[in-house]
Design a protein. Structure first.
Length: 151
């Protein structure tokens, strides 16, 4: 991997935070609230939620770009954009589903200030059970006020 491809990968990974914020704020809490609502209200009775449908929305472009990049050659930019999207998706799964919501009990007793801050920001987001009036729509970047308690 050369510097350009690595840069494309890193920029894509961090750009996905803003794509995720926008999608969460305006799509999940808007037009597609039907799929996201059970994530806030915990109306679901099983391990999976309707909200898990959004995995497909994010996984599809990354997968297509990776496959296209494999077809034309790994040195081309589409492959590295797909990898950036995919690695953000993996980070989202580990941070959001495993760490924050404890779908599998891991890092439950962490003292890491960053992890505690993003967990606190996400909990503030979940205080609202409706689609209106939400705060803190990001996953990896949350306002600094959520970190102040953990000095």
């Amino acid at each position: 991997m050369d510097l350009i491809n690595f840069s494309v990968f890193i920029v894509t990974f961090f750009a996905m935070e803003f794509v995720a914020w926008f999608t969460h704020r305006y799509i999940m809490h808007g037009l597609l609230w039907y799929f996201h609502r059970d994530h806030h209200t915990r109306d679901n009775k099983g391990f999976f939620e309707k909200n898990d449908f959004f995995f497909l929305i994010f996984a599809l472009p990354g997968s297509i770009l990776i496959m296209y990049g494999i077809e034309i050659g790994l040195e081309f930019i589409p492959f590295w954009i797909g990898m950036g999207i995919t690695f953000y998706g993996m980070a989202y799964f580990f941070v959001h589903d495993l760490f924050i919501h404890q779908r599998v009990k891991v890092l439950k007793k962490t003292k890491n200030r960053y992890l505690l801050g993003i967990r606190r920001g996400h909990k503030a987001h979940h205080k609202k059970l409706s689609k209106e009036g939400g705060v803190c729509f990001g996953m990896l970047l949350v306002p600094s006020k959520y970190f102040r308690q953990f000095k």
